[in-house]
Design a binder for this molecule. Sequence first.
Ligand SMILES: *Cc1c(COP(=O)(O)O)cnc(C)c1O
Length: 391
Amino acid sequence: MNYKISQRAAVLSPSLTLAIDSKAKQMKAEGQDVVGFGAGEPDFDTPQHIKDAAIKAINEGFTKYTPASGIPELRQAVADKFKRENGLTYKPSQVIISCGGKHSCYNVILATCQEGDEVIIPAPYWLSYPEMVKLASARPVIIETSDRTEFKITPDQLRAAITPRTRLFILNSPSNPTGSIYTPEEIKALGDICVEKGVLIMSDEIYEHLLYDGAVHKSVASFSAAHFEHTIIVHGFAKAWSMTGWRLGFCAAPEPIAKAIDAIQSHSTSNPTSFAQKGGVAALNGSQDHLPKWLAEFSKRRAYAFERLNGMPGVSCVNAKGAFYLFPNIAGTGLKSTEFCAKLLEQEKVAAVPGIAFGADDYIRLSYATSMANIEKGLDRIAKFCASLKR
Ligand SMILES: *Cc1c(COP(=O)(O)O)cnc(C)c1O
């Protein structure tokens, strides 16, 4: 039997982060002492009041279909969150609840992009963006950056990348994989160009609450009515509420785009899980007391890892002000990222994600969403590994 795979699926690259992760998990299952820096999720438990809300919903029989775009209560809670935290006025009808922030991104790209369109993506990028663009039959246009600019693009770079075919610019601050954040002034400057050129912005703000060193987040939608009209915000519950497995995210968009996403979703996934949505309401409307504790812990780990990495031969690292990742430059070790990570896992049993997965082959991604004890042990091993490579 000749199984003909669609062009659409055949052009996708398999997820490298998942590949390393599964190898590491397999080694662990065999009883090997693997230290994992691969996690793309907080190591903290979902706060209890959120779990309670979902359990209560199940026990009360809230286990049936809901409206495809989410329950009115949660769409309202999201609109309230944008008002309260970002000063943005969305109607609940402009908010679509989806099965994770990733699903929200996919919906946005599918609703706005088609064959012949170009989508501008700064590298290092979250690895799913270019693949989603390809799934929509559009073309990713990558803007390269490096640690010299803290992985940020300049307004000139954005302007130069825009063509008459440019449909969407993807902005992700704080960033996965680099942890980098744009200042409000930098965000505004990029937004200004998109407004001037009539380019839509998909602003992935899922790490909005994970900030260090007094950094502030300002949504690109918040600078003017024009910025607001050009922006679609993507967000979700995975990171700041540690709800990765719940599969719950949301976007807020201009009304016609929200309508299009509603149509797409109603014919594909239908509603996100009913009782998970009740958990989402509790997450947004309930106590946020867990967050300062998590941030204090992340901050300690980040400071320690930053210090250690910069003391390793062949390694240099800029300090990221957001998310829970560091993105050290390993060019000085003489290895590219795939070889570095494969050897590191083999020789020292440390799992990290090769930067090539994010379009940056001279770097690796280390997640500090793991215990301090693990971080100490893992960095000891990476230091030993780097020392062994030195000429
Ligand atoms: C984690 C993440 C998301 C969303 O993840 P979900 O688990 O689908 O909610 C979206 N964007 C970025 C950059 C992320 O790191």
